[in-house]
Design a protein around this ligand. Sequence first.
Ligand code: ADP
Ligand code: MG
Length: 241
Amino acid sequence: MIIEVSDLHKSFGTNHVLTGIDLEVEDGEVVCVIGPSGSGKSTLLRCLNRLEDITGGDVVIDGHRLTDPKTRIDGVRAEIGMVFQQFNLFPHMSVIENICLAPMMVRKLGKAGARDRARALLDKVGLADKENAYPSSLSGGQQQRVAIARALAMEPRVMLFDEPTSALDPELVGEVLAVMKDLAHEGMTMVVVTHEMGFAREVGDRVVFMDGGVIVEEGDPQQVFSSPREVRTQEFLNKVL
Ligand code: ADP
Ligand code: MG
């Protein structure tokens, strides 16, 4: 198991947002998380690299217990790539500088080595000709592919995606999903919060439906999409499919 979440609780003040989440993700597995707005999907992802303090329960990532105060969180975070809805590229840096920054600062990679790795990743995401471009000159789909390359440059053990295509114009969604699909087929362990039900069905090894701060149902995507067991899942899928 790369990710082991047990009885995870998260509150913001009196707002009890996650009320006992159990989730295990195996090496190489692609888990898609679906569910209505406000159900706690982003909060769950953010607890997986402790962008949020954990109120209760346990989160273990690749053997590191995030809930143990002795765990060096920076070391764990270096193993976890995260891609957000907003691309969050550094606007004053070129594409290649964006990708090289963390490997040079955190992994202490030399400039030449970092650039070689960045170029290989740009090639992989179909942007080999954009290394000197600035983010503002790129489309949203291109920026998100750079953000994925930047996360991959740290050679993470896990990639977390929080609605990576939700801010994109519809015609740009496909190019980002294609990069994610390639990554999945290469064996990357991925947790993907998404509204792209086609992607979840086709690429996901498992789909997890969240509502009201709990996992209501999870299983094989074919099963969950074609014959959901829970009424809440049925109602959600009726709205989005
Ligand atoms: P989802 O990603 O499924 O739409 P979120 O995890 O973003 O849901 O939010 C779940 C609940 O947690 C919402 O009620 C939201 O208002 C609350 N919440 C999320 N982040 C914060 C925060 N930083 N402070 C207070 N409440 C928050
Ligand atoms: Mg969210």
